[in-house]
Write a protein that binds this ligand. Structure first.
Ligand SMILES: O=C(O)C1=C[C@@H](OP(=O)(O)O)[C@@H](O)[C@H](O)C1
Ligand SMILES: C=C(OP(=O)(O)O)C(=O)O
Length: 429
């Protein structure tokens, strides 16, 4: 599918974005292994989360889809999952394959996980190794580096795992396996990655504590509960950047998850000079939620790296749009993880933004973007990567002339209503 975008000036709007992808995945997984019913509101009906629903159903969990965004999960209890008759297909979802591996490692049955071409390229040793150390019998293609993964459930023992990269997916896989292990399991990460798993496990009654960068969990049953999924800040980011870079823009995004492990994009935009205000902030099950209003202003380039990167790891492509418009140079470093996402996002941004005439270059672990030049519309490729497709669409909003994003159907992975929300913004062409 081609998505055509025309530039817009003075965009205005009060918008809602869909539920958080990370929280949606976890609500279905934890609901499935909890005792009792878990009702989920504002679930993200994106393809990735639907992959998790499909896999959990194959594992014997009954999940009723009351509406697109409301689910009722009949929990099976920690030991209640059953052997799937067929391969579990995670589609394009890294979160599904890595988190479910943790769940499956401690089961009493055999299972195989596979996904699309992109999933079969993404690194899996990072979850296979710690799970093997816990006693899991798990194997992957290419000397245990790649999917498909074959898992023969086994008795697990608790370990203390020091993750080499700040990855919430690796941390979560080990913590979920820890629910089935003998004794305590601990994970220490090099810097803080998103902590939705820890927060949700706690609200489901798990024995879990976090101190600094270390989280410890002991086995025990979970209890189902109601989960209200906050709006996804990673989806909001596209409109926050639009609001920040378009002169005379004013955009309010309602009910956005403001978990501090996810708000790096707000810190960075503010440092670049954006005018951002939060309102109606409240807490639900340990997750902060609120409205974000952004008003257009002149941005300047900055240097971004270190502990900030995991707090905005999925927002780097859209941040590159802000950097392209900002005056001066933006340097993004310590972001090598972007090379192993749905696509090599550093290469994809460098290649596609150059088509608009943006002056940028890919580095070993990031991007250097010389902003503030004029750029025109372009015909771009998505690399079958939802975040690249949406970042290119946003470039189309600020470039002069027409932009076409090829292969834009992948946007359904995380933000099925993206085009509708984009078109709902009023503004001048
Ligand atoms: O745990 C999660 O829900 C996610 C963690 C991040 O991946 P890594 O853990 O690989 O950094 C992020 O990029 C992904 O979109 C979702
Ligand atoms: C990297 C992403 O997701 P996942 O790892 O779950 O495929 C993403 O949504 O940007």
């Amino acid at each position: 599918m081609d998505l055509t975008v025309l530039p817009k000036k003075a965009v205005q709007g009060i918008i809602s974005i869909p539920g958080d992808k990370s929280v949606s995945h976890r609500s279905v997984m934890l609901g499935g292994i909890a005792r009792g019913v878990t009702e989920i509101e504002n679930f993200l009906p994106g393809q990735d989360c639907l992959s998790t629903v499909r896999c959990m159903r194959q594992l014997g969990v009954s999940i009723e889809q009351i509406s697109q965004t409301r689910l009722k999960v009949e929990g099976k209890g920690c030991s209640g999952l059953s052997e799937p008759e067929d391969i579990l297909d995670v589609g394009n979802s890294g979160t599904t394959i890595r988190l479910i591996s943790g769940l499956l490692a401690g089961q009493k049955f055999f299972s195989v996980l596979n996904g699309d071409e992109s999933i079969r390229r993404r690194p899996m040793a990072r979850v296979i190794k710690p799970l093997q150390e816990m006693g899991a019998r798990i194997q992957g293609r290419d000397a245990n580096r790649l999917a498909p993964l074959a898992i023969q459930g086994a008795a697990l023992k608790g370990i203390h795992c020091h993750t080499p990269v700040a990855s919430a997916q690796v941390k979560s896989a080990v913590l979920l396996a820890g629910l089935y292990a003998d004794g305590e399991t601990a994970v220490t990460e090099p810097s803080q990655s998103r902590d939705h798993t820890e927060k949700m496990l706690k609200s489901f009654g798990a024995h879990i504590v976090t101190e600094g960068l270390t989280t410890r969990i002991r086995p025990g049953e979970l209890t189902g509960r109601k989960v209200i999924v906050p709006g996804d800040i990673s989806s909001a980011a596209f409109f926050l950047v639009a609001g920040a870079v378009i002169p005379d823009a004013r955009i309010t995004v309602k009910n956005v998850g403001l978990n501090p492990t996810r708000t790096g994009i707000l810190d960075v935009l503010e440092e670049m000079g954006a005018d951002i205000a939060l309102s109606n902030v409240y807490e639900n099950s340990g997750e902060l939620i609120g409205d974000i209003t952004v008003t257009g202003s002149s941005l300047k380039g900055i240097v971004i790296g270190g502990a900030l990167i995991p707090r905005m790891v999925d927002e780097i492509p859209v941040l590159a749009v802000a950097a392209a418009v900002a005056s001066g140079q933006t340097i993004i470093k310590d972001a090598a993880e972007l090379k192993v996402k749905e696509s090599n996002r550093l290469q994809a941004v460098a290649g596609e933004f150059a088509r608009f005439g943006v002056d940028l270059q890919e580095t070993r672990d990031g991007l250097i973007i010389n902003g503030g030049r004029k750029f025109g519309g372009a015909v771009t490729e998505s690399y079958h990567d939802h975040r690249i497709a949406m970042a290119c669409a946003l470039m189309g909003l600020v470039a002069s002339g027409k932009t076409v994003v090829r292969g834009a159907e992948c946007i359904d992975i995380s933000f099925p209503s993206f085009q509708t929300v984009l078109e709902s913004l009023s503004g001048q062409n």
